[in-house]
Write a protein that binds this ligand. Structure first.
Ligand code: SAH
Ligand code: SF4
Length: 371
């Protein structure tokens, strides 16, 4: 059985052509699948009965099964999806006044082992399929429904959940292509963001295959510190990464790169780090997104103090660079950046125990206050 959620428009058209079906039939099916969220070929009323029967015999529409759907006190929703083999991935919806952002995962686990990231600590399991990546959007659209005007509530997508999107390049690009396709989700390129730890050849390839907004996880102003926090830096060091950002901007839909910087107490949160960061990024049109470190069970670091977070952001802003400090959202349901874990079955009990132990320690000053 072919899962049709695994195909972007070109791939679906080719699959139809191999069965003697015209391209416009593929477009009709694409619309049913993604615009209307249909899962049953019997509902696709404008298709010939023979085609519906053929599809029922040869194909299926299978998004990853939803295991849980939890709402946080601040309106954030966290979905957990089963991706088989005892693994689960998380998807987070963050409502804001003028937009609704879905944070999507691209891998079960991550091989890049950034020392401050819960997903990296859990190791790599496997790449998600296109159906599992786009299926998170498909399922979330269904769960979230429409606003009073009949519009979908998800206006933005960020590939900032579990995993490194550019290490799962082909499936990520197919999913991105569907997000942008007017017959599918019709999102603007500027409202779809890939976040990467900086896999340079794949950044170049993305700018050709599917240029969307780009966020680059920096977290350190020099190679010595970044080698420690983001080990892929040893392969793709900062000077080359800055050059790659400039190349990307030639083809990007936005005229800036967003640099993400997780602020960790005593590690990368000094004023001199902020000044070195400004020098490093001097030639790249950019914005900074400061993310106060979110602790997780067993994490070796503490969140930077709120006065240091403010000071760090001030130094960047005084230099004239737009800087936002990310509000921690959804941390009462462990849905904040870098807290996504997503293991199920027997592993869950272990992590639930660790989580409980951790929550008991929640009163420690490093967890609060929030910025
Ligand atoms: N692999 C990609 C995208 C997923 S991580 C990347 O690294 O960019 C998405 C963002 O969450 C990254 O900026 C990452 O550095 C950040 N993050 C990871 N762990 C975190 C933590 N414990 N606290 C706050 N942010 C974290
Ligand atoms: Fe992977 Fe991103 Fe986490 Fe690093 S921060 S381990 S690249 S998911």
């Amino acid at each position: 059985m072919q899962n049709l959620l695994d195909f972007d428009a070109a791939q679906l058209t080719a699959w139809f052509a191999a069965r003697g079906e015209k391209p416009f039939r593929a477009t009709q099916v694409l619309r049913w699948l993604h615009r209307f969220g249909a899962a049953d070929f019997a509902d696709m009323s404008d298709l010939a009965k023979t085609l519906r029967a053929k599809l029922t015999a040869e194909a299926c529409v299978t998004p990853p099964p939803l295991i849980s759907d939890r709402a946080s006190g601040d309106g954030t929703r966290k979905f957990l999806f089963d991706v088989g083999g005892g693994n689960a991935v998380e998807t987070v919806f963050i409502p804001e006044t003028a937009r609704g952002t879905l944070c999507v995962s691209t891998q079960a686990g991550c091989a890049l082992e950034c020392s401050f990231c819960s997903t990296g600590r859990q190791g790599f399991n496997r790449n998600l399929t296109t159906a599992e990546i786009i299926g998170q959007l498909w399922q979330a659209n269904k769960a979230l429904g429409r606003d009073p005007k009949g519009e979908r509530v998800i206006s933005n997508v960020v590939l900032m959940g579990m995993g490194e999107p550019l290490a799962n390049f082909d499936n990520t690009v197919a999913a991105l292509t569907l997000m942008l396709d007017d017959n599918a989700y019709g999102l603007s390129r500027r409202r779809v963001t890939v976040s990467t730890s900086g896999i340079i050849p794949a950044m170049d390839a993305l700018s050709d295959a599917c240029p969307v907004a780009l966020a680059v996880s920096l977290h350190a102003p020099n190679d010595r510190l970044r080698d420690e926090l983001v080990p892929i830096n040893k392969k793709y060091p900062l000077k080359e990464l800055m050059a790659a950002c400039l190349r990307y901007l030639d083809k990007a839909p936005r005229d800036f790169v967003t640099f993400e910087y997780v602020l960790i107490d005593g590690i990368n949160d000094h004023e001199h780090d902020a000044r070195e960061l400004l020098a490093l990024t001097r030639r790249v049109p950019c914005k900074f997104n400061i993310i106060p470190f979110n602790p997780f069970p067993g994490s070796p670091y503490r969140r930077a103090r709120s006065d240091r977070i403010r000071r760090f952001a001030d130094v960047l802003m005084q230099a004239g660079v737009v800087t936002t400090t990310r509000k921690t959202r959804g941390d009462d349901i462990f849905a904040a950046c870098g807290q996504l874990a997503g293991q199920i079955h027997d592993k869950t009990q272990r992590s639930a125990r660790a989580t409980r132990a951790f929550m008991l320690e929640e009163q420690r000053p490093c967890f609060n206050p929030r910025p």
